[in-house]
Write a protein that binds this ligand. Sequence first.
Ligand code: TEU
Length: 591
Amino acid sequence: MEETSASPPAPSLSGTGQREAETRHAWWKDAIVYQIYPRSFRDSDGDGVGDLRGIIEKLDYLKSLGIDVVWLNPIYPSPNDDNGYDVRDYEAISEEFGTMADFDELLAGLHARGIRLVLDLVANHSSDEHPWFVSSRQSRDSPYRDYYHWWPAEQGPPPERWSWFDVEANAWAYEAATDAWYLHYFSRKQPDLNWGNPAVRQAMYRIMRGWLDKGVDGFRLDAVTLISKDPRWPRVEAAELAARYAGSWPRFYSEGPDLHAYLQEMYQEVLARYDAMAVGEATGIPLERALSFVDQERGELDMLIHFEGVDLGMSPLGRRRLDPSGWTLPQFKRVYSAWSDAFARAGWGAIYLGNHDQPRMVSRWGDDSPEHRTASATLLHTFLLTMRATPFIYAGDEIGMTNIRFRAIEEYRDIETLNWYRHLREAGEDPEPFLEDWRTTARDNGRTPFQWDAGAHAGFTSATPWIGVHPDHRTINVAAQEADADSVLQYFRRLVRLRRTHPVLVHGDYVLLAPEHPHIYAYLRVLGPTRVLVLLNFSSTAHTFALPAGIEPEEVLLVNRDRLSRDGTSVHLSPWQALICTVNAGGANPG
Ligand code: TEU
């Protein structure tokens, strides 16, 4: 892979002390991103599956949230082995989601409301039904043979790699037609593209330019840190394979020798030429490598979606098996503080607690009981929208949607769930402990239909929905919360307005307080003389926070429940109370 000759654009200092590449606006630093899983948002044509016209119907709702960007999960033609993350055609719209005319109308409707649109680019792999792979698998002489990773059988067994979705199986699948194996880090129907082939890279850049020329404002780059494979195919010891997430798997998956060269080429050939945002899904990337992707001087990506936070409390041995010891708030604070501090002088962060791969955040990180659901959901939003990073809010979390906790495997739809279950049954294991864990952790929990109202199927569809609707839609839905000033939805809107009108919450320095407090997450945001204190009681019981010397609350900017209660230097926080207040300007910053 030839090194790209052009050096990244020269950085320049701006008022916030940030080094911002001169050729790139940083609109995405001030933005709030709202992620829509199209399959589950709104079905307009009565087939039980969400679609683009369903989103068009809800454009004014999106505007009412005050968000700046919509990130759409894949909308391209797909066999849906992995719900669209197996792309059959990167330049078209899946028929089940609508037409290109529908897409153009949606894009225009979003832009008319001042909302940008970011698409999901699945560049690490295609569908096995993509014409490239259809040709590639037919013959070793196919012009597309080297678009994928093939291991000729005469070279002996391929190097052991595990796949996320062919559970405990080899990530190489054998094909008799050409007596060779092909690589698939995910399902067998998701063959990995060979980014070492310049033709693949140029094809992807052309595809990206095509969408950007239509007016799309950027990409979320799916599993992008996996695209570079080490051509030496180092062997992974069996013990490391068995260790899965506990092992050193990243060095075989996300540390490919040409990863940064590919990303710099992508930036030079595509992204630098548009005012576009590029956020990379950072599978296998630890904090110490973060800046090597998002320091703007490098000319690669703008932000990374890391996993260190959402993986807290997960056993490393099975992506979603709960760790009996769970997680602690000091651990949570250490992770998010470290990722915030990493970008204090260069680069920028993305922050999220929910998405289509995660359970519902109020169930995973809050308390979704009737007593505490609203307070804990609004507390979590307060965290996301007062940290120094671009918040990614997952559709449904703005109304506090909860885990559906499916009882039977027949209710699940996700390949990851179904393959794990089948694997355990074939291994003769009792699946009940697995099902119990996955009621908390399964990706399906975050994919149930959006809850618009208390009517049939939550107002999502007039047909039988592709996946079960949560029964709690009768009380947790947009219609009910539009009428309730104390709802999660109404608080979320107030919080968005607060972030929008207080640059300190976006660009201010972050100062963690009381790192070891077991229940309260407290931090300052500081920009010039302005200081704002955020207090979050991550607990279903009341707790007291001792104000550090020099910190004197002044104006309460927002509180999710009750009022500021203090005596002297003690602040009493009720369960899941979140409080944002200014503090005496210019004082010394503890911590
Ligand atoms: O996820 C890639 C990834 O990093 C996985 O760890 C992911 O977290 C997944 O949940 C497996 O546990 C991306 C997409 O977000 C995911 O929806 C797709 O299934 C996957 O890539 C393959 O495209």
